[in-house]
Design a protein around this ligand. Structure first.
Ligand code: PHE
Length: 337
């Protein structure tokens, strides 16, 4: 019996020595003094079955052990809590965690650059709603009811006969309704189309430009686009206009720049053509002026549109538009600034 008590005592002493914090000490306490499965609790129970002759000595040994256990636990708890107060639960000598400053999304960066370029040229920044009426998105822009751009394939319709704007051109109409010429505005914002692949996203961003005054010509349009394209890519490049059709401009054009990757000699990026498509443009159609009550005999103007994602992709050599929307930090951290 005595040797059994002795063995438990030795085991307990080494267990207490190993317990380094309050939680570990509590575990030791339960192991030895726990009401149901404690080692000492079991020992005291065994006392009842011990032969009468041994009972007194055994009882004393167990009680001594119990007193030893309680005192040792108390002492160990005191030591642990003193150690914690001395060093503190937090090691103040550790170096601090570095604060990583965030960066602007590449779309936001390109958007800010485009705004800066037009603000430098004296343009105003305008905005319009993303949920539009048929009138602003189509009708006022001389897009007749049967025009393929209205096809359900392209346009997201929402309740109440409203739709998600398919381009930023409705902001032209809203601005002209609110003001008289001269007008020199750009509008940057989200547009929506039922379209999705590596170069098309159902939500993307456009820039709309509109200049209306007396004596505005196609030459002003070409000079403006050329200056803008050179500024946005930060290099000399040629601008090419090709005849095209948009119901709200006449004449209408699409404009290209000489390839920023090969300089125009032809490469895989420009598919050997030496040019890269940028957007649509043209002279404001007289029918549009009539819709907003401007005299088409007195005023002329030009308008242009372009995609912001496209510029970001070209500037940074990004070949999948979806990378711009996934918010993968490994991608975003490549665009500090
Ligand atoms: N709104 C046209 C589009 O989204 C672009 C454009 C704007 C064309 C202005 C001509 C003039 O495709």
């Amino acid at each position: 019996m005595q040797s059994r008590v002795q063995g438990i005592r030795q085991r307990f002493d080494s267990d207490v020595a190993r317990a380094k914090d309050a939680a570990a000490l509590e575990e030791v306490r339960t192991r030895y003094l726990g009401r149901r499965a404690g080692i000492l609790t079991a020992l005291l129970r065994d006392l009842r079955d011990a032969p009468k002759a041994e009972r007194a000595a055994f009882g004393k040994a167990v009680n001594d052990l119990k007193a030893h256990v309680e005192a040792a636990l108390e002492a160990a708890r005191g030591k642990v809590s003193r150690a914690r107060t001395a060093a503190g639960p937090i090691d103040l000598t550790l170096p601090g965690r570095a604060q990583r400053p965030g960066t602007f999304h590449p779309i936001t960066q390109v958007r800010a650059l485009i705004e800066e370029i037009f603000l430098e040229m004296g343009y105003t920044l305008e905005t319009g709603p993303e949920i539009e009426t048929d009138f602003y998105n189509f009708e006022a822009l001389n897009i007749p009811p049967q025009h393929p751009a209205r096809d359900l394939q392209d346009t997201f319709y929402v309740e109440g006969g409203l739709l998600l704007r398919t381009h930023t051109s409705p902001v032209q109409i809203r601005t002209m309704q609110q003001r008289r010429p001269p007008i020199k505005m750009v509008a940057l914002g989200k547009v929506f189309r039922r379209d999705s692949d590596v170069t098309h996203s159902p939500v993307f961003h456009q820039v709309e430009g509109l200049v209306v005054s007396e004596g505005i010509t196609f030459a002003h349009l070409k000079g403006t686009l050329q200056h803008f394209c050179r500024r946005v890519f930060g290099k000399e490049l040629r601008l090419r206009l090709r005849p095209s059709y948009f119901p709200f401009v006449e004449p209408g054009a699409e404009y290209d720049i000489s390839c920023i990757f090969c300089g125009g000699s032809g490469c895989s990026r420009c598919k050997g053509s030496g040019f890269i498509e940028m957007g649509g443009a043209g002279m404001v159609h007289p029918a549009v002026f009539e819709k907003v009550g401007y005299d088409p005999e007195r005023y002329t103007g030009f308008a242009f549109g372009l995609g912001i994602e496209r510029i970001a992709m070209l500037k940074h050599g990004i070949d999948d538009i979806r990378l711009l929307y996934e918010n993968d930090l490994r991608f975003l951290q490549q665009f500090p600034g």
